[in-house]
Design a protein around this ligand. Structure first.
Ligand SMILES: [Fe+2]
Length: 431
């Protein structure tokens, strides 16, 4: 906008009779590029096409005396064809003794005042900067918007912010606006349409500014961060799913064992107050804990009855083999440690290393308890499911299991059975 400084923001008037403009303030030429004569003959060129109907309706109300003074926000079109937010105050008056409507236009100061001023101010900023009114119409956008969305910033002017959102989250614009209106500020991550039909993620911070009011939104492109986290999650989930199927194919007697142990171990980790990431590592380690059984001959795994010393030693290699299998996955070391130590016991009676007490990873101590509860309360072809109390009795005997984890299991009580049941319904075993 030319003359966009303080001088360019003084009010300017127009007088209407019917839909005809009878008089126009010469100052409007500074914004619209239209002289008073041009405004009188074609004033509608100075108003954004999407706002014309509202202005005409307000004019009719004013001229026919249905309303006294009225105020509305609308967009003018500047001499370069860009939208400029303005406030219009309409009041009834008389011209040559006939009813007329006086329209006083004011371009408010602030970032919404002029798209060109604004774009210049934030042209070199790598973050996205957008100003929009409370209907969501974009009044200004800096070039970074074009870089992320693949459409030049000027193409967004006058369009709803909701159009920038990805189709599946468009409905969230209403929540965003409500938060802005109620709290004066809205923050979060929005999914927008990216270049070439893709999606982009923006971490935004939006504040409400007066007068107007308009919202000033600053956003950072965090697409890489979000997608990396999503791929990492998918990779972890994929590894766990493959591991689960692999073991269950070999040993159908324990179908779902790892998923049930994982759900219970994660619940125990939460009960113990572990952080979200630690809980997810416990869940993942539990989903993988018996993957080493894939290397144990099926006839040994499936054969009921006691094993020979050699067979027993072979089975006891499964935690070590699991780590060999998982070494290339780049999973966090504490996940690998938990898998390799899930048969270690506090008193050193476990295997494969005979580790003791605090040398055993907490996640492994949690999985050990979940493993016992699951194994004893599950039905096996050679015996029926045992009650939960039998599992607690086994856990409380001696000093093999971490007493704090055992206490957590006792405080979960009967909920453990429900948690394990839901894991098999596919609602409790995701990573
Ligand atoms: Fe095991």
């Amino acid at each position: 906008m030319r003359g966009g400084g303080a001088a360019g923001r003084r009010p300017a008037g127009l007088v209407f009779q019917g839909e005809a403009c009878r008089a126009a303030d010469p100052w409007l030429e500074e914004i619209t590029g239209l002289s008073p004569a041009q405004l009188r003959s074609g004033w509608d060129r100075a108003v954004h096409p999407e706002d014309l109907a509202r202005l005409r309706e307000a004019l009719a109300d004013c001229l026919e005396g249905r309303r006294g003074t009225a105020t509305l926000s609308l967009r003018l079109v500047d001499r370069e064809g860009r939208a400029v937010l303005a406030e219009a105050r309409l009041s009834p008056t008389l011209l040559d003794g006939e009813p007329a409507a006086l329209v006083v236009l004011e371009v408010p100061p602030g970032p919404g005042a002029g798209a060109a001023d604004y774009a210049r101010l934030f042209a070199g900023v790598s973050d996205l900067v957008v100003t929009h009114d409370m209907e969501g119409r974009i009044l200004a956008a800096n070039p970074a918007v074009g870089r992320v969305t693949g459409r030049p910033a000027s193409a967004w002017l006058g369009r709803p912010l909701a159009d920038m959102l990805a189709p599946d989250v468009k409905h969230l614009f209403a929540d965003y606006r409500r938060t802005l209106e109620c709290e004066g500020r809205a923050r979060g991550v929005m999914k927008v349409l990216g270049r070439e039909g893709g999606e982009a993620y923006l971490e935004y911070d939006s504040v409400l500014l007066g007068p107007g009011p308009v919202a000033h939104l600053i956003a950072r492109d965090v697409t890489d961060r979000i997608l990396n986290a999503r791929y990492k999650k998918a990779l972890r989930h994929g590894i766990a799913a493959v591991a689960g199927h692999l073991v269950e194919c070999r040993d159908p007697h324990t179908v779902g064992h790892q998923r049930r142990v994982a759900a219970l171990a994660a619940a125990l980790a939460e009960e113990l107050g572990l952080g979200r990431e630690e809980v997810e590592d416990v869940r993942l380690a539990a989903l993988l804990h018996d993957i080493g059984k894939a290397a144990v001959p099926a006839e040994i795994l499936l054969r009921p009855g006691p094993l020979s010393e050699l067979e027993r030693r072979l089975v006891q290699q499964h935690p070590r083999i699991a780590v060999e299998i998982l070494r290339e996955t780049l999973l966090p070391p504490r996940v690998l440690a938990a898998v390799s130590q899930h048969h270690e016991r506090l008193d050193g009676s476990g295997y494969p290393l005979g580790l003791k007490g605090p040398d055993i990873e907490l996640a492994a101590r949690i999985i050990a308890v979940a493993d016992v509860v699951e194994a004893m309360t599950a039905h096996r072809p050679y015996r029926p499911a045992l009650p939960l109390e039998a599992a607690f009795e086994e856990l409380g005997r001696g000093v093999r299991y971490d007493p704090e984890v055992v206490r957590a299991a006792e405080s979960l009580g009967g909920k453990s059975l429900e948690i394990m049941r839901r894991a098999l319904e596919g609602r409790g075993g995701s990573v």
